[in-house]
Design a protein around this ligand. Sequence first.
Ligand code: MEV
Length: 335
Amino acid sequence: MALPAAAAAAAVATAPGKAILLGEHFVVHGAPAVACSIDRTVAATARPLPRRAVRIDSPLGACEAAAGEGMPGGLQGPLAAACLIAVSGAQRAGVGLHLSIDSCVPLGAGLGSSSAWCVAAAAALRAATGEEAGADSVAAAALDSEKAALGSASGVDTAACAYGGFGAYCAGGGVVEGWRRIDAAERLRLVVADTGVPHSTPRMVGAVSRFRDQNRPEFEAMAGESARLAQECERAVRSGDTLALGRCMSKSHALLSRLGVSTGTADTLVKAAGAAGSQGAKITGAGGGGCVIALPGRGKDGEEAVARAMRSAGAAECFVADAGVQGMDVRPAPP
Ligand code: MEV
């Protein structure tokens, strides 16, 4: 329904990045994954524009589209996805919109930056144009735009960024139906180490599909093992059994290495974390670069020892993240 221009009001939304504790890639082929939010966020502010156009300012650049012109050409990645959401939102509401994005989630590093952009943008734009902006409708709108602009996605990243906390995810039935919240026994902290090599999720997903086509029986066995580990991982998160969780993460890394999505640097970081007392470590997200996550021993000393070891082993950046933080938030923007 088209709303009168006067219904547009400024709104600000935030969405956290994500880490996948278990099951990336296999989730694309029907196995479950376990994911969580992390305390690095994307913020999006949507404001009415006095002219019938859409303008976006972001760390990836700016773009502008006049009403009725559709999407500007040449946009890529999360900027293209955000623009798609803004253009269709402005069209539905019959208003002009300005969207401004700030991101503390590193791009192309496996931490859900694209999904966090889309969730924050969809929430701010929907709220600004008077559309329902609860997590379910925002997650669905964000995933639609990600798929249209970036290619196919299982929805696990979008769900973790929209709902936050910890969750088990199964693709196939839609992003809302796919996410099942896990009540964690305790707060978790993860050491996140960036290999410094940006990756392309669609390229890595394509490489895994080729592996699957060439090694069907082995892939099916590996997906079965990943699904079993996901159940064990869920139980460990629920009961606070960090030893079991760490074991699951390390076994998951071995499966991902066999799939060919780890790299020499990522394997070195995983080993360094283990030698420094981490309970488990793995790549997170699509791999082929990006980040490794490690579950450190308890306390600040344990975290610092693992972070130090991963830095010495060649991590381009390393930080400790709170896992399972609140999901998206949307509210009226200050004037
Ligand atoms: C990327 O964070 C996770 C993948 O499983 C892709 C997807 O689920 O869409 C590699």
